[in-house]
Design a protein around this ligand. Structure first.
Ligand code: SF4
Length: 500
């Protein structure tokens, strides 16, 4: 049994809630090793990099938020934090630098606007990701946000779901622009039309989802989700996710932590056995996969100004460099959402923000706001596609600093190359791949490398499909960080596909 399974068998993760008042009184030094891990069940993270200063991950299903919520988060960042917050690739927010005795008051303020941090770490179902333009996007097959909420409500706060073998990532999306990287998720529900072909049967055709399972990026590297040849109608989509989660809970491997993701169970069982078990638990035969409505390649980030499906309304996607935003900027974003939109806000898997529901007549006013020179709707391609994990400042797994280096590298590339056109550059500080570097045009993974007898900050560079046919398509290994901009400039400067 691995250490985390031992901790869970001694005391379930959520039970640490009862110890919190004592720890608030006695201070962080009194927290046991087991409870430091269990606190992650509450979304409270002890950081070895900053002992005594904690991080909290706030769950925002489908990235759907509003000015009231983000105002509270910004105020918390000012009152208890470090003056900034990070937007993550799971469309949620991370607060940093608060003390253990401040957790209760932070929760109270979050709960007052309908937010919780529960189960955002460790062996739990992480924030469920969906298209940030759900219900609004001109190119969505169906609005899946209700199914995200239905599934979310099944497990948040429910101890039945808090002892999974490992973390569990889910996306449910009706967007036909592949904006949530479905192939990387443990469960991926992506838009489809059933039946795929042939004569419609009673009650069909239906718009819904094809189901794939076992995608991952860490734990040994990228493995794309395996299609189950199952179509899930919207009415059963949340229950399908629920039953797959329970299959993982009951049958997932629990030995070595790096072999516990759902992918390993799918590899062991194969798609057919997995589907049979799913049908047994659902109590019905599920229809075969429908017509896949996602593009074969490419994806969209929903940045910039786009016309919504609702006539006369627009969504303004604002680029937040590497996902880090000051609390002052966040308060201003909330004001702009109230002034120019209807107060709604969306967080994207690209760590950016969207102000939706801006009428045509207010668009020019929004574009003229000073904040939009910092969080640009018309950012150059290399900045628009920039994603970065936390890095060494706050993550003890990290091999290098990431966020600042990512922004500086992108700025240098822009200066030398001009606008590259759409280009994604994702940074992860280690092989855990929180920066989703396996699904980027340029994927950067930090490492320490020995070069000329000296151990230095370095990266491996992975090049995506845009670079097919180039000699450098193989990963470039051990690239010293201080020459990375020059190396990337050489590659991009010779790549017409990447330079529009
Ligand atoms: Fe930390 Fe590695 Fe994840 Fe970055 S990718 S946040 S360094 S665990």
């Amino acid at each position: 049994m691995n250490k985390i399974e031992e901790y869970k068998s001694e005391k379930p993760g959520l039970e640490v809630m009862h110890d919190l008042p004592r720890y608030a009184e006695e201070g962080w030094e009194a927290i046991t090793d087991g409870d430091k891990e269990r606190l992650k069940w509450l979304g409270v993270f002890f950081r070895r990099q900053t002992p005594g200063k904690f991080m909290m991950r706030v769950r925002i299903p489908n990235g759907m938020s509003n000015s009231e919520q983000l105002r509270v988060i910004a105020e918390l960042g000012q009152d208890c934090g470090k003056g900034f917050v990070d937007i993550t690739t799971r469309q949620q927010v991370q607060l940093r630098w608060f003390r253990i005795d401040q957790v209760r008051q932070i929760w109270d303020r979050l709960e007052s606007v309908g937010l919780v941090s529960l189960q955002t770490g460790m062996d739990n179902i992480r924030n469920v990701v969906g298209c940030p333009l759900s219900g609004l996007g001109a190119n969505e097959l169906l609005d899946a946000s209700a199914m995200v909420r239905e599934y979310n409500d099944m497990f948040v706060g429910n101890p039945e779901y808090t002892n999974l073998p490992r973390k569990f990532n889910v996306t449910i999306t009706g967007c036909m622009d592949n904006c949530t990287h479905g192939s990387t998720q443990d469960i991926s529900l992506t838009p489809a039309v059933c039946p795929d072909e042939g004569e419609p049967v009673l009650g069909f055709p239906v718009l819904g989802f094809n189901v794939a399972v076992g995608g991952k990026q860490g734990s040994g590297g990228f493995r794309p989700a395996t299609p189950l040849n199952v179509f899930a109608a919207p009415s059963i989509a949340a229950e399908v996710c629920n039953q797959i989660t329970l299959i993982f809970r009951d049958h997932g491997p629990r030995e070595a932590r790096n072999k516990c993701r759902l992918a390993f169970l799918v590899d062991e069982w194969g798609a057919d056995r997995f589907r049979e078990e799913l049908e047994r638990r659902m109590g019905c035969i599920l229809p075969p996969a429908g017509r896949d409505m996602t593009p074969e390649d490419g994806s969209t980030d929903h940045m910039g100004i786009s016309a919504q499906k609702q006539a006369g309304l627009n969504a303004a996607g604002l680029v937040v460099p590497a996902g880090r935003i000051s609390c002052g900027q966040l308060l201003e974003v909330a004001r702009l959402a109230d002034t120019y939109g209807d107060g709604q806000l969306r967080l994207t898997p690209g760590q950016n923000l969207i102000i939706p529901n801006v009428p045509d007549a207010r668009l020019e006013g929004l574009k003229a706001e000073p904040l939009l020179t910092e969080l640009r709707h018309d950012a150059p391609g290399i900045m628009r596609g920039l994603v970065s994990c936390t890095g060494i400042d706050y993550c003890h797994f990290a091999q290098i600093e990431t966020k600042e280096l990512a922004v500086k590298t992108a700025a240098k590339l822009h200066k030398t190359l001009g606008d590259t056109g759409p280009l994604t550059m994702h940074w992860s500080g280690c092989s855990n791949a929180c920066g989703n570097h396996t699904v980027a045009d340029i994927g950067i993974q930090g490492k320490r490398a020995r070069v000329d007898g000296e151990v230095i900050d370095a990266v491996d560079v992975f090049l995506g499909d845009k670079f097919a046919g180039m000699a450098e398509r193989e990963p470039l290994t051990n690239v010293p960080c201080d020459v990375l901009p020059e190396v990337l400039t050489r590659i991009l400067g010779r790549t017409p596909a990447a330079v529009a």
